[in-house]
Each structure stands twice: as C-alpha cells, then as structure tokens.
Unconditional design. Structure first.
Length: 416
C-alpha cells in the first residue's frame, strides 16, 4: 500500500473513533518556551506530577519547600547598592573582580593585583551580584513550581520579581555590563564581568515556564523581549562583549550560552545558530584536548572546580544546540576532542577515587557533578553516568531539582 493510502486510512480510523462515542480529545497544552531545559521533558514531568505519580515526590517536596522561601524573597534590584557607578546611573550593574586584592607594595594598595582562587571578601560591599543571584534563584524556583503545579501564587510572585529587575523604571537594571568585575585603581569594568550574568539564561527559561500565567502580561513579555534584545546587542557589539567573545576558557563558553539563549528568546534564531555552530570549532575543538583535559581550567589554582564549571557550561551550550538544530553533544573533531571525552576525563577521579593531579587550593565536593551527570547520561549511556550520580549524590540526590529539570524519576533511583 502506498504511504498516502496508509495516511488516508489512518485519518479515517481516527475520525471514526471520535465520531463513534469516544468524543473529542482535550488538546495537550503547548510546550513551554524553554531553551536550556528541554520543553518536551518538562511537559512529561508536569503531566506525571499533576497525575499524582510518586515518581517525582522527593524533588517536588524539596522544590515546594524552596518555593515557600522564595515567596518571601526580594524584591531584588540594582538600586539597592549604596555606590553610584562611574556613569552616574545606579541602574547600571556593578561588581568587583573576585580574585583581586590591594597591592601591599603600592601606596593605598592601588591598583589591585590578582591572587587567583583567593576570593576578596570586599566584593560583597557592592550587592548587585548577590541581588541578581537572589532574583535568579527565586524566579527559577517559583516558575518551575508554578509550571509543575499550576498554582498561580508562585507565578504571581515570580512575575513581580521579574518586573522589578527588568521593567520597572524605578528599579530596573540597564541592559549592559559596563562595570562588571571592576578592578580598583585600574579598570572600572572588564570583559570578565560578563560571566556574572550567566544565570540570566535560567530566567529566560523561567519566563517560558510562566507563559500561560495571567500574572505575566503580554505587555510584560513585550518589555522583556526588548530588554533582552538590547542586552544581546550590547553583548555582540560593545568593546567588553567583543573581548569576552574572544575568551579561550570557561568565559568564552558562558558568553556563548548567554548569547544563544537570548537570541533564541528574542527570535533572532540565525544569531543563535551562528554562535552554536561556531562553538563546536571555537570552543570544543580549542578548549578540550584529545584526552579530555581542558588545559585552561586545569591550570587554575582551583582546577577541579573550574573543570566542573566549564563542563556545566558545555552542557548548557549543547542543550541550547538541541533547540536550534545544532549537534553539540555528539560533535567530535577527527582527533577526538568532544564533550564526551571531557566528561570521561574526570570519571577516574569521581568513580575510582584517584587523586586529582592538578592544583586545588580549597576543598571540592564531587557531588556538585550530580546535575551534569544526569543531564549528560542520555547522550552517553556507555559511561553509566546515572550510577555514578547516585553514588556521588547519595540518598539526598533523590530530592535534587535536576531530576525534575531532566526528567529522571528520582523515586526509582537505586540507593548507592
């Protein structure tokens, strides 16, 4: 039988089923407009949760506890800082470079000098970064809880926090990072400051999770598209943005994550595809060695942490590629440089307990790999990453939010 005839017969059978007593089926709700998180996976988790399945009981209990705290959080704003940026506009984001300290050999300690891996607590005197991270955490928690439960108060709170940070003329952040990670006595803002906003990709996904809520209005969506489009233009064209794009370590990868996420969100798909396609040769092929090591990360004084951090960025980039039809998870150079090999490189140290052979001046918790291992497991089944994730995460991993984000029924995860 020809394919057209089969299709015609199938349509006829389906039409008959509706006509003879089964009634019209309720159309499935549209998939969420998310980009780092897989829309179909989220929809399946939502359906399971709302059907009363116990598959996600552990992580849902933890998520709702987190959401209860988030309902009381904020408001967050760049206007809460006492400092005024060099521009004279407090709406401009400001932060200090984490690893720069007063120079004991210079009068007044200026300009500050770098001590890699050693955090100067002075960074906390400018609260913009803490304010932004608080907003990202609360909004992503509330939006996911709303999407999975359908309970509007979560959406209402998330929408209010979003409007305060992005849209309200009295409290909004200007869409630039001219003064991110400044160094006292030297640079008021640096390209490296762009990594401060890597979490805004989570807010982009949170907005997608809120798409059916009346709390986030059409006018809000229009304003958010405009803000992210302006920030995307700044990332692409400003001096600091162009310099960060040229970054050859985790900074370059996180830059691509932000650009691709915001390009997809604002409908600039060709920009996203261009960045994601180029990342295979400009990031994977240049930052990962054939043995899977990442020289620019293992050279750091906290090399174990930076290796995990860059792998997290690569996973986000590969997930964004799936939305744009660009394959990152399975891309490999002829000599074997690929994300899979970079993950395989750390497995002997995570799975077998081998000593990490590179400098790590502060303790590193291997359980921080849990979300990455869960995200990567479907792409590399031969690596048996879920077994390792369970062992590293322990019983507490059953309540990890990664199980909701990546669609892993945590109640079925074996105890280590």
């Amino acid at each position: 039988m020809k394919p057209l005839a089969i299709a015609t017969m199938t349509c006829a059978v389906m039409t008959g089923a509706v006509a003879y007593g089964q009634g019209p089926q309720t159309p499935a709700p549209p998939l969420p407009r998310t980009f780092v998180m897989a829309p179909a996976t989220l929809a399946a988790v939502r359906d399971s949760v709302r059907a009363g399945s116990s598959d996600y009981a552990g992580p849902m209990a933890q998520l709702t506890r987190d959401a209860a705290n988030a309902l009381k959080a904020g408001p967050f704003s760049v206007m809460n800082k006492p400092q005024v940026p060099p521009s004279g506009d407090k709406h401009d984001y400001m932060s200090l470079a984490r690893y720069f300290w007063p120079d004991s050999k210079k009068p007044g300690g200026l300009p500050y000098v770098q001590r890699d891996g050693e955090t100067n607590p002075e960074i906390d005197t400018i609260p913009d970064k803490q304010q932004m991270n608080g907003m990202i955490s609360a909004v992503s928690t509330l939006a996911l809880t709303y999407y999975l439960t359908g309970e509007e108060p979560y959406a209402g709170k998330a929408a209010g926090l979003i409007r305060t940070w992005y849209l309200d003329p009295a409290t909004r952040m200007n869409p630039n990072l001219d003064f991110g990670q400044g160094v006292k006595g030297s640079e008021p803002g640096r390209p490296y400051g762009i990594i401060d906003t890597r979490g805004l990709a989570e807010v982009v996904d949170a907005i997608g999770l809120l798409q059916d809520s009346p709390s986030l209005t059409a006018m809000d969506h229009k304003g958010l598209i405009a803000w992210h489009s302006a920030f995307l233009d700044w990332l692409l064209t400003s001096r600091l943005g162009r310099a960060e794009r040229a970054g050859t370590n985790n900074h370059g990868v996180w830059y691509d994550v932000q650009v691709a996420s915001m390009a997809l969100f604002t409908g600039r798909t060709e920009v996203a595809r261009m960045v994601l396609d180029a990342a295979r040769t400009t990031r994977i092929a240049t930052q990962i060695e054939p043995d899977g090591s990442m020289p620019r990360e293992v050279a750091r004084t906290t090399s174990a942490g930076y290796t995990q951090f860059n792998l997290e960025a690569f996973a986000a980039l590969a997930a964004l590629g799936e939305r744009a039809g660009i394959h990152g998870w399975d891309y490999a150079t002829p000599d074997g440089r690929c994300i899979r090999q970079a993950i395989a490189f750390v497995l002997p140290f995570l799975r077998d307990g081998r000593p990490w052979p590179h400098k790590q001046i502060r303790p590193f918790d291997p359980s921080t790999y849990y979300p990455l291992l869960v995200a990567a497991a479907p792409h590399y089944p031969d690596l048996k990453l879920l077994e390792l994730a369970d062992r590293l995460g322990g019983p507490a991993a059953r309540a990890h939010r990664a199980n909701l984000r990546f669609g892993r029924p945590a109640s079925k995860a074996p105890l280590p």
